[in-house]
Design a binder for this molecule. Structure first.
Ligand SMILES: C[S@@+](CC[C@H](N)C(=O)[O-])C[C@H]1O[C@@H](n2cnc3c(N)ncnc32)[C@H](O)[C@@H]1O
Length: 250
C-alpha cells in the first residue's frame, strides 16, 4: 500500500496525525527533500529505506514504489504542503492505476494556509472579496492563456502566487493590469519554518523590498485588499442575523 502524504509547510507539528503515523510505520519513504522538513523522519522504523525524490525522475520514483508495493511493503510518498497543489501527484497516481496498485492520499496543510496564519489574516473578507485564486507565473511550465496573471488580476480577488518569487519585477507589472498600484502585497518566505520572513508593501514597492531582503525562492506572493484594514463584519456572528444554529436577537 502506498500513502501519499501532505507533509505540511515546514513546521513538523503541522502534519496530520494520520500522515505522521504512516511515515513512522513505513518500510520505504520517498520524500521531496527540497522542501519537506527532515525532522519528520526522526522517528521512522529502524531499517526503513529512505529516498529523496529531489534527485529522481518520475520513472525512478515509480520503480521504487511499484517494486516496494509488489513486495508487500508499506510506502510513504511524502510531498510538501498538500500534494494537490503543484504537487505533481496526478502522474504518479495514474501510473499506479495502470499497475493496479492501491494507494491513499492524506491531505496536508498547504503553504498558502501557513502563509495566512503567519500574516494573521483572512483571505475572504466580507465586502472585499469572497474569492481566492491560487496560481503561478509561467516559467518552464506553461500557463493557459486564459489564466495569465493579467487576466486573473482583473478580478481583484485575493491572489496567491506560487513558484514565482524569483520573477517579482515581471509579476508586479502583470498584476498592475488589474489591481491598482497601491494594492497591498506580502511575500512570505518559508512560512512556519524558524527562518520565516515576511516582507510587506504595495505593488509599487514590493519588488525592491524583496530584493533587499534577498528572497528568491520558497516564498509565496499574496496580493489583495484582504491585507488592508477595511471590511464588513461577517453575517455569521451578526446578532441581527439568524441561521441554522442561532436565532437573531432583532
Ligand atoms: C512545488 S510547489 C509545492 C506547494 C505545496 N504542495 C503546498 O501545498 O504548499 C513549491 C512552492 O510552494 C511555495 N512554498 C512551499 N512551501 C512554502 C513555505 N513554507 N513558505 C512559503 N512558500 C512555500 C513556494 O512558492 C514554492 O516555490
Amino acid at each position: 500500500m502506498i500513502y501519499f502524504i501532505g507533509a505540511g509547510p515546514g513546521d513538523p507539528e503541522l502534519i496530520t496525525v494520520k500522515g505522521k503515523r504512516h511515515i513512522e510505520e513505513a518500510d520505504i519513504i520517498i520524500y521531496a527533500g527540497s522542501l519537506v522538513n527532515k525532522a519528520l523522519l526522526a522517528n521512522i522504523r529502524k531499517g526503513a529505506e529512505i529516498y529523496d525524490s529531489a534527485g529522481m525522475t518520475l520513472e525512478e520514483v515509480l520503480e521504487v514504489m511499484v517494486k516496494g508495493a509488489q513486495a508487500g511493503k508499506k510506502i510513504a510518498r511524502v510531498h510538501t504542503g498538500d500534494p494537490s497543489i503543484f504537487g505533481a501527484i496526478r502522474e504518479q497516481l495514474d501510473a499506479l492505476d495502470k499497475y493496479h496498485i492501491e494507494y491513499e492520499v492524506i491531505p496536508g496543510v498547504s503553504s498558502f494556509l501557513a502563509t495566512a496564519a503567519a500574516l494573521k489574516k483572512e483571505y475572504t473578507l466580507p465586502g472585499i472579496t469572497q474569492t481566492v485564486i491560487l496560481t503561478r507565473m509561467e516559467g518552464r511550465t506553461a500557463v493557459p492563456a486564459s489564466e495569465k496573471i493579467e487576466a486573473l488580476a482583473r478580478h481583484q480577488a485575493t491572489m496567491i502566487i506560487f513558484l514565482s518569487a524569483g520573477m517579482l519585477v515581471e509579476l508586479v507589472d502583470k498584476l498592475q493590469c488589474g489591481y491598482p498600484a497601491n494594492t497591498p502585497v506580502a511575500v512570505v518566505y518559508k512560512a512556519s519554518w524558524p527562518e520565516q520572513l515576511i516582507v510587506q508593501g504595495t505593488l509599487q514597492d514590493i519588488a525592491e523590498k524583496v530584493q533587499i531582503a534577498g528572497i528568491r525562492k520558497t516564498a509565496l506572493v499574496v496580493v489583495g485588499d484582504f491585507l488592508g484594514d477595511e471590511y464588513e463584519l461577517s453575517k455569521l456572528y451578526d446578532k441581527h442575523f439568524t441561521h441554522e444554529f442561532r436565532n437573531g436577537s432583532a
